[in-house]
Ligand binder design. Sequence first.
Ligand SMILES: [Zn+2]
Length: 269
Amino acid sequence: MPELPEILSRAKEMKEALVGKTIASVEVLQPKSLNVPLEDFTTGLTGSRIEDVTYHGKWIKVRTTQGWFLLNLGMGGEILLIDRENLPEKHRLIIDFSDGTCLSINFWWFGYAHYKPLDQLHTHEMTAKLGPNVIDLTQEDLGKLLSGQRTRIKAFLLDQSKVAGIGNAYIHDILFLARLHPNRKIDTLSETEIESLYRAIHAGLQPSIQKNGAFYETTLFGQKGGFQMEEIIIGYREGSPCPNCGTTIEKIKTGSTSSFICPSCQANA
Ligand SMILES: [Zn+2]
């Protein structure tokens, strides 16, 4: 499933490649993914020029001269800049540009392709309810968000309405780098631990951001992301020695999800 490193990378690639292009037509093969009637979606975007591409949580936000195109890949998928002669077998949405290229979008399972007029982005509930992108926070911002919270740290970091962008792939390394047990209660964190967590969020996400995301996702140009399984420090490595202290890494149940921890480095539950 795409998380912040993958979504940030796709938005960056799309911004560099798509800004200035004019949408000539739109073909929707999965109308269920839309938030408006098909005709409103196609007339909303057809003839518009792409002005900017940003992201928020798992959403890619394309601002055009006629409105917002908001894209969420759900469990995963491909966004490819290609042409009609080279379309992949699977696609659910095609955006044709006036220069002959097109954007082919596939959802592995189910995704969202939404439209909002330029002045109505704030009425898009699925993005409006998201917390800030976690990588954009300052240490002070993070401290303020954590202040007064009484939940457990892992649940908080995965709650997209609190902070957006961290999912099950990167959470384990982030908590390990911060030396925090996933079940640690937020109101017991010291200033030093919050500082460690802030640094760990960046240290846990940056290696993948710098390599255009994880290997299981595809770039806009059809290549695999460069962040490899063996670069994951502790996630999915139960039975292996902790790279910090040598203790055997454990897979434990934390609420409804599994966590990978070093029981020595992250002992402070
Ligand atoms: Zn350890």
